[in-house]
Design a protein around this ligand. Structure first.
Ligand SMILES: [Zn+2]
Length: 298
């Protein structure tokens, strides 16, 4: 039995159209009897949470949606560590931009600094949303050893942003256009114990990035194939989505959600949950039976 999670990034960021995406997607999930895990940016663009986002987040929290921390400002793609795959494949310029600012950026990645940034986010969550986050997702998959240590010190025991598969971006014009299953062997395909004892719950894949709707059938097929495989390797599977990717085509995004749910139900593969529930039930900790590899340079 595998527990599946729809995790959606970048809530808290953007204007009314993104608030609408947050609301509509939450309502869609609720209409199917499930809830999502939303990774919410506490200081999007360096600004306090707007009234519109606050109202929407409180509404969703009360409806049982799981809202967790997603970085601090999300101002660039190296907030908590150097740029990482697949962000560097989606936007190759991230590497040159990072190199140009290397000395300045490396000074960010101290435990004290990153912990201070996380504490600011926790304060916003407590004050504006009445939520104590239990999981963290660094923006753009940019992580560092100091980030994991800071999480451990704050008692946040679960992080999620390493990818098992990033085939979900291959439809982009500069990439291969091949939507065939490809999984990395660099990391385990299930939650694993990583730096400072924090559990990394890897992302299975994303099937609803901007532009994916033009290949909707191919993405449904890829999602089913990934699910057929992940249930043989992991008791937890985290699917990634983004508010803006969903808003790019609600039709495709909701079709994908329904197809995934139908595939899981038809095959008796398991159930849907949230990261919060999996942490509270102990299932996330129980799933992390393996150690992660020592691969981070910073
Ligand atoms: Zn993000």
């Amino acid at each position: 039995m595998t527990k599946f999670v729809f995790s959606i990034d970048d809530a808290g960021s953007g204007g009314d159209d993104m608030i609408e995406s947050f609301r509509r997607t939450s309502r869609h999930l609720e209409s199917r009897g499930i809830r999502g895990t939303w990774f919410f940016v506490p200081y999007a663009g360096g600004q306090p949470v707007s009234d519109g986002w606050k109202r929407a987040a409180l509404e969703m929290r009360d409806a049982g949606q799981d809202i967790q921390l997603h970085g601090r400002t999300h101002g660039d793609c190296y907030e908590f560590g150097p740029p990482n795959f697949p962000a560097t494949r989606i936007v190759p310029d991230f590497i040159t931009q990072f190199e140009a600012r290397r000395e300045e950026l490396l000074q960010r990645y101290t435990v004290a600094n990153l912990r201070g940034w996380m504490e600011q986010g926790l304060e916003v969550f407590e004050r504006d949303l009445g939520i104590r986050p239990t999981a963290f997702r660094a923006p753009c998959g940019a992580v560092s050893k100091a980030m994991y240590e800071a999480l451990a010190q704050l008692g946040i025991g679960v992080h999620s942003c390493m990818y098992i598969s990033a085939v979900g971006y291959e439809h982009l014009p500069h990439l291969s256009s091949r939507l065939e299953q490809y999984w990395t062997d660099t990391i385990p395909h299930r939650p694993y114990r990583w730096y400072s004892g924090v559990i990394e719950a890897p992302i299975l894949n994303e099937y609803t990035w901007r532009g994916a709707s033009a290949r909707s059938d191919d993405y449904l097929k890829l999602a089913r194939e990934d699910i057929d495989r992940v249930v043989t390797e992991s008791p937890v599977a985290i699917i990634l989505m983004h508010t803006h990717g969903i808003a790019d085509s609600y039709e495709h995004a909701f079709r994908l959600i329904d197809a995934v749910m139908e595939h899981v139900a038809a095959n008796g593969y398991g159930e849907f949950s949230t990261v919060k529930e999996l942490i509270e039930s102990g299932e996330m900790a129980a799933a992390a039976t393996v150690e992660g590899p020592d691969i981070l340079e910073v």
